[in-house]
Design a binder for this molecule. Structure first.
Ligand code: NDP
Length: 370
């Protein structure tokens, strides 16, 4: 079967808060964006709507004084994007070609040509894969098990309770420290006797009287009931082999995140952990016309509202680029769709053929005309 070719000014990959916000903005800018999202797949752990689809109550998304369920929030995002003319395509992207514009994306049935590309493919929390960890009703995910303390820590179910955090990196130290605001006690279960976390984060966690460390220990199973949620965990000392049931009301898995960047590897600049590198001043990547927003480029904040914020930035960056205006790149240069480079000091324009033109004179002339 011959593949259908689709031409678009803006193509967005990903349908979490970042991708859908980019769609709302570019839709309202009359750019008729195409949003491509992965079909729901239990094995690959993908679901249109992103990580909020596996969250229950969202209490910290501004505008919802009483809170809102994660899937309900994403449904609203989606309807808003549809209202402004976003076209949705549910398909696996099998290959991308970013070496020249229009950029080319391949699915089993389509070839998509994009003048600008907004990557909002998100990141996935890593899970242990132990019994009881899966999303309810199979396990206690969303009912006592979480991978986000900022999102779920303040929920009533965890207040003044004993909680367990698994991991020994900066995320685990940050989550454990944050959870001490609410919990009676936080136990950090780590598989070794040495933390991977940076010194300052370790020192803060080690000095916190509400945090205790359980060294050389693996979490083997999460226990509970559908009515009460999590009631305990089964731990195994990796040196002695001894097992114990440890009572607790919540488990926070903090063993790292995996940004969804495999598709782009070798074609776009990513950092050592796998996050796409963007400019500090914009959402530009090292490829002019390709922008990245949300958790795929953010290893620090990772919140729905920050993802939505950077989604908005990506949309405005793409709009500017399509309007032939300069957009800031990670190098500090600004670049136009014609391939002109404006130097970081704003004094020189370098044409695609290498010709250098003063940008100062142009600015002065414009001022004179005023
Ligand atoms: P890391 O990869 O740094 O740490 C993961 C931790 O989880 C390690 O201690 C690891 O154990 C443990 N772990 C991994 N897999 C398993 C498993 N299957 N079973 C049990 N334990 C496991 O990830 P982080 O998310 O902590 O940090 C990622 C990056 O983000 C780092 O560069 C970090 O500095 C940064 N970050 C910065 C923050 C900040 O500055 N505010 C906050 C959060 C993250 P082991 O040590 O034995 O390998």
């Amino acid at each position: 079967m011959e593949k259908q070719t689709i031409h678009k000014d803006v193509v967005i990959i990903g349908s979490g808060p970042a991708g859908l916000t980019a769609a709302i903005y570019t839709g309202r800018a009359n750019l008729a964006p195409l949003l491509v999202d992965a079909p729901a797949d239990a094995v690959k752990q993908t679901s249109p709507g992103g990580q909020l689809m596996i969250t229950t109550e969202v209490e910290n998304y501004p505008g919802f004084a009483e809170g809102i369920q994660g899937p309900e929030l994403m449904e609203e995002f989606r309807k808003q994007a549809e209202r402004f003319g976003t076209e949705f395509l549910e398909a696996w992207i099998t290959k991308v070609e970013l070496h020249q514009r229009p950029f080319t994306l391949h699915t089993d049935e389509h070839i998509i040509k994009a003048q600008t590309l907004i990557i909002a493919s998100g990141a996935s929390a890593k899970w242990l894969g132990v019994p009881g960890e899966a999303k309810t009703p199979e396990g206690f995910g969303g009912n006592g098990v979480s991978a986000c303390a900022t999102c779920d820590g303040p929920l009533p179910a965890f207040r003044n309770k004993v909680l367990v955090v698994v991991g020994g990196g900066d995320t685990a130290m940050e989550e454990a420290t944050f959870l001490t605001r609410y919990a009676a006690k936080v136990y950090v279960v780590h598989r070794r006797a040495k933390l991977r976390a940076s010194k300052i984060m370790q020192d803060k966690a080690l000095a916190n009287e509400k945090i205790e460390f359980v060294w050389n220990t693996a979490l083997e199973e999460i226990l509970g009931t559908p009515e009460d949620g999590v009631t305990g965990v089964r731990l195994k000392n990796l040196q002695t082999g001894a097992e114990q049931v440890f009572p607790c009301a919540g488990v926070f898995i903090a063993i790292g995140h995996k940004p969804n960047t495999d598709l782009f590897r070798g074609q776009i600049e990513i950092d050592e952990v796998g996050y796409i590198k963007t400019s500090g001043h914009s959402t530009s990547t090292n490829i002019a016309g390709v922008f990245a927003c949300g958790d795929v480029q953010d290893s620090v904040y990772r919140q729905a509202v920050t993802a939505a914020g950077t989604g908005c930035m990506s949309a405005i960056d793409a709009e500017r680029f399509l309007d032939h205006l300069p957009v800031a790149m990670p190098t500090g240069d600004e670049v136009t769709i014609e391939g002109e480079h404006i130097t970081p000091d704003h004094k020189t324009i370098i044409e695609p053929d290498g010709t250098m033109i003063s940008n100062v004179a142009a600015a002065t002339a414009a001022l004179d005309e005023c």
